[in-house]
Design a protein around this ligand. Structure first.
Ligand SMILES: Cc1cc2nc3c(=O)[nH]c(=O)nc-3n(C[C@H](O)[C@H](O)[C@H](O)COP(=O)(O)OP(=O)(O)OC[C@H]3O[C@@H](n4cnc5c(N)ncnc54)[C@H](O)[C@@H]3O)c2cc1C
Length: 215
C-alpha cells in the first residue's frame, strides 16, 4: 500500500509495515475498531464494529449516530484496530512493553444509499464478526434498513505496527534476579449462555459452539 508522510512510521519504524497482506490479516483478525474524527476542533474516537472487503471497511450503526453522520460529510478519518498479544515484562521499569498488532487506516467514508448494496455491506460486517450467523436470522426489513446507516470507508493508505518476542533489556540488566518474559494475552469466547426466552428444541449452532478464538 502507498505510504505518504501521514502513514510513515517515525517511532520504531522497523516494527512497521505498509504491506497490504500484513494490514489485511490484522484487520481480519480483529472486529473492533476505533474511529477518530474531528468536529469543530474537538476530536472524537468512537469504538465500533467493522467488516472488510478488499480495501473497504464497512461501518454501521443507528441512522442517528453522530459519528456516521459526520463521517458522511467526507471529513478525513482514521480507523485504528488493535490486537493485544501480551504484556512484555522486562528487568527494568523502562523496558516494559506490549506485544501487539495494530493498523491505522486513513480515508474518508460515504453513506450507502442503495438498499441492496446496504444489505450486502451488512452481510460483510456480520460474516466478519461471526461467520454463519447471517443465514440463520431474519433479515432486515425495509424499515430496519432505513433506521440503519451503513458507511463505506475507503482506505486511502494504512500502516501496520507489530511487536513480538521477549523483552529487550539493557545488557547490564540481564544479570538482575528479576522475573522477565511475556505474559501472553488473548480474547477468548466463553461457554455460550442460551437466551431464557428461546423456543424449545433449538440447537446451538456450530459457529456458536466452536467460535474460533479471535484476537
Ligand atoms: C496495544 C498497544 C499499546 C501501546 N502502548 C504505548 C504506550 O504506552 N506508549 C507509547 O508511546 N506508545 C504505545 N504504543 C505505540 C503507539 O501506538 C505508537 O506507535 C507510538 O506511541 C508512536 O507514536 P507516534 O505518534 O510517535 O508515531 P509515528 O511513528 O510518528 O506515527 C506516524 C505514523 O505511523 C503509523 N503508526 C504509528 N503507530 C502505529 C501503530 N501503533 N499502528 C499502526 N500504525 C502506526 C501511523 O500511520 C502514523 O500516522 C502502543 C501500541 C499498541 C498497539
Amino acid at each position: 500500500m502507498e505510504a505518504t508522510e501521514r502513514s510513515q512510521l517515525r517511532r520504531l519504524p522497523d516494527r512497521g509495515s505498509h504491506e497490504s497482506e500484513v494490514i489485511h490479516k490484522i484487520l481480519d483478525d480483529g472486529f473492533l475498531a476505533h474511529v477518530g474524527f474531528q468536529v469543530q476542533g474537538q476530536p472524537f474516537v468512537t469504538p465500533t464494529l467493522y467488516g472488510r472487503d478488499g480495501d473497504t471497511l464497512y461501518l454501521h450503526g443507528s441512522a442517528a449516530s453522530r459519528m456516521l453522520r459526520e463521517l458522511d460529510t467526507g471529513m478525513p478519518a482514521c480507523v485504528t484496530v488493535t490486537l493485544v498479544d501480551g504484556l512484555v515484562l522486562a528487568r527494568s521499569a523502562f523496558n516494559h512493553s506490549m506485544n501487539y498488532r495494530s493498523v491505522m487506516a486513513f480515508g474518508t467514508a460515504k453513506k450507502i444509499a442503495d438498499a441492496a448494496e446496504k444489505t450486502r455491506a451488512l452481510h460483510v460486517v456480520s460474516v466478519h464478526v461471526l461467520k454463519g450467523r447471517w443465514k440463520d436470522v431474519r433479515g432486515p426489513t425495509e424499515q430496519e434498513l432505513k433506521a440503519t446507516a451503513v458507511l463505506r470507508f475507503a482506505i486511502e493508505e494504512a500502516s501496520a505496527k507489530v511487536r513480538q518476542g521477549p523483552p529487550l533489556d539493557n545488557e547490564e540488566d540481564y544479570s538482575l534476579p528479576v522475573w522477565a518474559g511475556v505474559l501472553p494475552l488473548k480474547l477468548v469466547s466463553q461457554e455460550p449462555i442460551p437466551d431464557p426466552r428461546m423456543v424449545e428444541g433449538v440447537e446451538e449452532p456450530e459457529y456458536v459452539r466452536n467460535r474460533s478464538d479471535r484476537a
